[in-house]
Write a protein that binds this ligand. Structure first.
Ligand SMILES: Cc1cc2nc3c(=O)[nH]c(=O)nc-3n(C[C@H](O)[C@H](O)[C@H](O)COP(=O)(O)OP(=O)(O)OC[C@H]3O[C@@H](n4cnc5c(N)ncnc54)[C@H](O)[C@@H]3O)c2cc1C
Length: 387
């Protein structure tokens, strides 16, 4: 008797995960007229989270998918990136208008919920199935079968795994791949922009930890704070807004005010981990993308940006190649070095930015101040994939 829960879709690409990488891939495949279905584990995709910066490389990809204008309309254009010490003395200040003028590359900071809404608007609702947690895949001669936690199965031509850092399917394919704890923990929040902050992303490096803030759409400010701590530390987990205000007391205006004005229900806590670089993204008819393939620490603000780049490229490869095995292999060849560069550079930058020892921090600040502007610009160009 045929399995009533099994649907065979021979030409369909199955996308596992409805995060930024999965949804952008759905849009990119749609633009190329390639049939797809998205399977998302949670029962409902909701507008949660705090803010996110989308750098020029991601915005350029979103432009190609015709969603950049909508993202811009809901976000805030950022034209300078500043690193300062806890007293507000600048260690480096990068004017990113140069990248707009010379490469048409601009940064936008946006609430994650708004970004999700923009992406969802571009995908027919019937193309997304929620409450579908993939648990295993099985390759066949002419396709791949995905097995879900609810007992159902789907067969498609190929599978794109966009399940995030804890991807179940990556663990099946590469049992040794594990998230790597960075050594610091992080709080994020969103509050009303009462300080008239415009177009600047400011990161403060100090002995009590690191704090960054950036204006986003709807006259709000998104901020994050990182502190060195053991993994899953109960004390950090229980930190409240007033604990954070105490911790960052004495940091340059308006840092303490930004934290204290944040509604407690907007506070999000998580340890920061990445995925130690893996040597493969393509496994015949199965491809890992986004955080499932190359989760990075957020120090370069590139995790989601890489996932968006992935989405554009995988659709391009599939549109040029009938055989997904060949398309996925070509994707892997083009992506491994870039993804590893971002993951490794971001990991190292985090170690430098998180120095809390006063003497070492003083030496670091001195060296950062000495770094010539053209060197900083060159590094940013490499991150944006234009160098
Ligand atoms: C503090 C912090 C700040 C950051 N700031 C930035 C920034 O400014 N800029 C930037 O570019 N990046 C940033 N990032 C990184 C960015 O958040 C991630 O890279 C991005 O969200 C990853 O998207 P994804 O779609 O690959 O994975 P996820 O966002 O993890 O989405 C995965 C989706 O798959 C679903 N799923 C999981 N398992 C299954 C399964 N088995 N079956 C089906 N569905 C499943 C999940 O429910 C989820 O919806 C930051 C990260 C952190 C932690």
């Amino acid at each position: 008797m045929p399995n009533p829960y099994r649907v065979v879709m021979n030409n369909t690409i199955l996308i596992l995960g409805g995060g930024i990488a999965g949804l952008t891939t759905a849009i990119a495949l749609q633009r190329k007229h390639i049939d797809f279905m998205v399977f998302e584990a949670v029962p409902e995709i909701t507008a949660v989270g705090s803010g996110i910066s989308l750098a020029g490389n991601a915005m350029q990809a979103l432009e190609k998918l015709s969603v950049a204008d909508d993202v811009k309309a809901h976000g805030h254009l950022i034209t300078s990136m500043i690193i300062q010490d806890e007293k507000g003395n600048y260690l480096s200040a990068l004017d990113t208008r140069k990248f707009i003028e010379e490469h048409g590359m601009y940064n936008v900071a946006i609430h994650r919920g708004d970004l999700h809404k923009v992406l969802l608007k571009n995908i027919p609702t019937e193309k997304i199935l929620t409450g579908k947690k993939a648990v295993r895949i099985q390759e066949k001669a002419d396709g791949v079968v995905v097995m879900f936690a609810d007992g159902s199965e789907q067969q498609g031509a190929a599978v794109i795994v966009a399940e995030g850092i804890h991807s179940a399917i990556r663990k099946q394919l590469l049992p040794d791949s594990q998230p790597r704890y960075s050594g610091y923990t992080c709080w994020r929040g969103v509050t009303e922009n009462q300080w008239g902050i415009t177009q600047q992303a400011i990161e403060t490096w100090g002995p009590a930890g690191r704090l960054g803030y950036v204006p986003i759409g709807n006259n709000n400010v998104y901020w994050f704070a990182c502190k060195n701590a053991p993994q899953l530390d109960e004390r950090m987990k229980n930190f409240t807004i007033s604990d954070l205000v105490k911790n960052f007391n004495g940091y340059a205006h308006p840092i303490p005010e930004i934290i204290s004005s944040t509604p407690p229900e907007n506070l999000i806590w998580s340890d920061i981990s990445d995925l130690k670089p893996i040597s493969r993204f393509a496994f015949n008819r199965v491809l890992l993308i986004g955080d499932a393939a190359h989760a990075t620490t957020p120090n370069l603000g590139q995790g989601a940006c890489l996932g968006i780049e992935d989405a554009l490229l995988v659709a391009e490869e599939l549109s040029q190649q009938n055989d997904p095995v060949v398309a996925f292999k070509s994707f892997e060849l083009k992506r491994l070095d870039r993804a590893h560069f971002i993951v490794n550079t971001s990991y190292r930058l985090g170690k430098i930015a998180q120095v809390e020892n006063k003497i070492l921090a003083g030496i670091r600040n001195f060296l950062v101040k000495l770094t010539p502007q053209h060197v900083n610009e060159k590094q940013v160009a490499k991150v944006l994939n234009i160098a």
